[in-house]
Structures are given as C-alpha cells and as structure tokens.
Design a protein around this ligand. Structure first.
Ligand code: COA
Length: 442
C-alpha cells in the first residue's frame, strides 16, 4: 500500500529534459538530501522483473543466479545488461548509429556540439537551440583556481590520463551543485565537465612543457578552442574540421567498458564527477582507450628501427603479442569509424606530403588481415591522425576521453531517468568451511 502510494509521487530522477539551459538557483544547496524512496527503488523494477522473466525462459542464463553455476559470460560477452536509446552497433555489417543516425551521415553533416546535443536530447538541435547550448558550453570553459593549481603541482611525467582522472574528480569539490541530483543540475554539470576537460588537458600539456596555460577562448567550437589552448594559436579550418570529426566518431559506442563503469557508478546514485572520473580510469587501459597511444608507439618504433612493418607485426604475433588497434568485442568486420579515419588519414597525409605513417598503417593492416583476419578498430588510425595534427602520443587517450564525455554524460542522464542499482553476482570458486586458528598456531 505504502509502496503504491510512494510510486505515485513524481520521481526526482525519472522525468524531465534538460531543455534549454536552466540557470542554477542563486544559491544552490550544497548537499541535497538523498532521493525519495521511490527514486531509489525506481519504476525500472518492472523492467528488471520483465528481464528476469525473459531470462527464465533461457535455462543457461537463469543459472547465472546460482552460486555454484559455471560462468556463462566471461567478460560479460553477449550479456544485455540494460536498455539504451543512445547508440547501437551492428557488428556484422559494421554499422554504428547515434540515436538512429548513421555515424557516416553525422560526420559529414553535424559538428561535435550537435552530436552532444543529439545524444543528450534525442534530437538534433535547431539553430537557436545550438546557439544557446554552445554559448553555455563556452561560458563554462575556465577551471576553478585550485584545479589549475593541482595541474601546476602534478609531476611533469604523470600520465595525462592519471592527471585528467584526478582533475575531474577535483572539479567536483568546487562545484556547488556536485551533490544535487535533479536532472537540470545534472545537465549543467555535464556541460561544465564537457567544457572543462579540454582546458584540463591543454593546461597540463603546456605546464609540463614549462609553458603557461592559454586561457580558453570565449568563441569558437570545442575543437577550435582545444587546439588553440594546446598550441597557443588559432587552428586552420582543416585541422579544426579533422579534429571535430574525430570527436564525433568517439562520442559514444554502446555499452563499452568505460560507459558501463560510469553507469555502474551512477546506478549507486553517486554523483556525476565520481562517475566520469571512474570512466576516465576505465578508458585509460590499453585494452580500451589506451590502445591509440600504443599504436603510435608501435609506428614510431617501426620508424626508429627502420623496420619492415609487415615483418614487425609477424614477429610480434609470433611472440604472442597483441597488436594494438586491432580486434573488437562487438565488430566481426571493420569498425566503421576506422574506415572513416583511414580515408581521412590518407587525405591528411597527401595534403601534408608525408605518406610515411599512412604507408606503415596500410602495411600493418594488410599483414594483420593475412595473418589473423582480425580487422582494425577506431584506435588504429586515430593515433596517427592526432600525431599529424601535432599532438603528443601520450595525449591521445585524453582526446578520446574528451570526446567520450558526450556519451558518458548522456548515459548517466539515461541511467538516472530510470535507475536501478547495477549489481551482478560472481561465481564463488573459493574455499568453504574453514575455521580460524589462533594466530600463533598458523
Ligand atoms: N592482436 C592479436 N590477437 C588478437 C587481438 C589483437 N589485437 N585481438 C584479439 N586477438 C585474438 C586473441 O589473442 C584471441 O585469440 P585466441 O582465442 O587464440 O586466444 C582472440 O583474438 C579473441 O580475443 P579476446 O581477447 O578473447 O577478445 P575480446 O573480445 O576479449 O577482446 C579486445 C577484445 C579489443 C580487448 C582485443 O581485441 C584486444 O586486446 N585488442 C587490442 C587492444 C585494442 O585495440 N583495444 C581497443 C578496442 S576499441
């Protein structure tokens, strides 16, 4: 009875759209009480029950709930853990869509800011919606002083992803709305995080080189402003366009490891800063976003040794190594993002009159095809594009994070619109029935 009555109460997290930019109240409460019971239970309960019912029809999956059952999905392969309307991968045809739009259409006709808006709201913005949205993003580009100090004090040789993870977490301490869980506040935080991550990356890169950070511009796209803050000069239109396409391509990708991480953290009703710093930590690994810088290291290694790229790959495979930038859990064919990036890389190389990196990647691609049949993923070509844009290899994964924040924040908003704690089980394979002996007798 009580539960029924509670379920009629409007849910704090469930409904509402960010709509147009909603300014924060003059003095937002520092800490808001825990969400109402209804929010925490969530009506997703029914969704979950439904999922279990569906699972009950399939004996193999039902057994997952038994403690002594064998693991059915190592690495959660093939497990459908939740519903999402954001992006979808067809691993057989090599197709990726965001909210129904093919990634090829979006890279040709939309900017990164339009894609952020699309992922968050489900529709592409009108001109006035886009103007309002980008104006808000621009207004949030500066970092709080203590976060800039943190970057100044970070060791110069810290991995940029470690610095980014720490700085995103620190941002939460200086956001008065950090603990406010209403959707409008979460949208404002998403904008802040999206706007400030480029500033963190560029400022740290300059500081570690002994240069002063370049304050963000109050105009221009995210791609334009980022390249400006990094290099201290406004980028050419072609560089901005190339970089913008890379951001569009990395903005979302189903329930990948870092997105899942962000949703797991979000599902505990923790805050957006915790979820995004956790996602940055997950992306950092070489099996996920860290692969792009490993690809560039390999290309530089080949160049330094003046090695034959195909022979180099064959040797690494013979040693049992993985070749970074190849293989994917979902694609059985070439990652469509890789195909777009490959074409872009060829154009960039032709324009620059420097075909070396493109030729290395083409030779490695052919060798991998012949030796393993494993196709390249997005990380194989992105690295050499960033390199040609003048970025240091250890920054590459931070660029991936910059872009994927669009997906992470949109997934968090989707998670909180119908939340249920994500809490799977493990198959226990440890000892049983042991008793504790006194410490001197062990
Ligand atoms: N180089 C060489 N062999 C590879 C490979 C690679 N990049 N990727 C997968 N394989 C092989 C594995 O050795 C394994 O072979 P085996 O069955 O003989 O042991 C088989 O393919 C399946 O690999 P597995 O690790 O089980 O697949 P997965 O779905 O768990 O892994 C990745 C997916 C992405 C982690 C994996 O392909 C990989 O490590 N790629 C390199 C890192 C990378 O580029 N990550 C970015 C992803 S966007």
């Amino acid at each position: 009875m009580l539960l029924k009555a509670l379920l009629k109460v409007p849910l704090m997290l469930r409904h509402g759209s960010c709509g147009p930019y909603v300014p924060a109240a003059a003095s937002p409460p520092r800490v808001v009480p825990r969400p109402a019971l209804t929010s925490r239970l969530g009506t997703s309960h029914s969704l979950f029950t439904q999922t279990l019912t569906d699972m009950a029809d399939d004996d193999t999956v039902t057994e997952l709930t038994q403690e002594d059952a064998p693991i059915k999905a190592r690495g959660l392969e093939g497990v459908i853990a939740l519903e999402s309307s954001l992006s979808s991968i067809d691993g057989d045809t090599g197709t990726l869509i965001y909210r129904g739009y093919d990634i090829r259409d979006l890279t040709a006709h939309a900017t990164y800011e339009e894609v952020i808006y699309l992922l968050r709201h489900g529709a592409l913005p009108t001109r006035s919606e886009l103007d309002e949205f980008t104006a808000h993003l621009r207004s949030e580009r500066s970092l709080p002083g203590p976060v800039l100090d943190l970057l100044r004090n970070a060791p110069d040789d810290s991995p940029p992803m470690a610095v980014l993870r720490t700085a995103v977490s620190a941002l939460g301490m200086y956001d008065e709305e950090a603990e406010v869980l209403e959707r409008a506040a979460n949208c404002r935080k998403a904008d802040r995080i999206l706007a400030q991550i480029p500033t963190i990356i560029a400022a740290f890169d300059r500081l570690r080189k002994g240069r002063d950070p370049v304050p963000p511009l109050d105009h221009g796209s995210m791609a334009h402003n980022f390249l400006y803050m990094l290099n201290g000069e406004e980028p050419h239109a072609a560089a901005e366009k190339t970089f913008d396409v890379c951001l569009v391509l990395h903005a979302d990708h189903g329930l990948n490891a870092s997105t899942f991480t962000s949703r797991v953290i979000g599902s505990t009703l923790s805050d957006m800063y915790s979820a995004i710093s956790g996602a940055v930590g997950a992306l950092k690994g070489p099996l996920h976003g860290g692969a792009n810088q490993e690809v560039m290291r390999m290309l530089l290694d080949i160049d330094e040794q003046d090695a034959d790229p195909a022979a180099y790959v064959r040797e690494r495979l013979a040693d049992g190594d993985r070749i970074m930038g190849f293989g994917h859990r979902v694609y059985n064919t070439m990652d469509p993002r890789a195909a777009i990036l490959r074409d872009m890389m060829r154009e960039l190389s032709e324009e620059a009159g420097e075909m070396k990196w493109y030729e290395y990647t083409a030779a490695i691609h052919d060798a991998m095809e012949a030796e393993t049949g494993i196709a390249p993923n997005v990380d194989f070509f992105s690295g050499s594009i960033y390199y040609q844009l003048g970025l240091a290899p250890d920054l590459f994964t931070t660029i991936f994070a910059l872009s994927r924040t669009a997906g992470w924040t949109a997934h968090l908003l989707e998670q909180w619109s119908d939340n249920r704690l994500i809490r799977p089980r493990a198959q226990y394979v440890g000892a049983r029935g042991r008793t504790v002996s006194p410490i001197d007798e062990r």
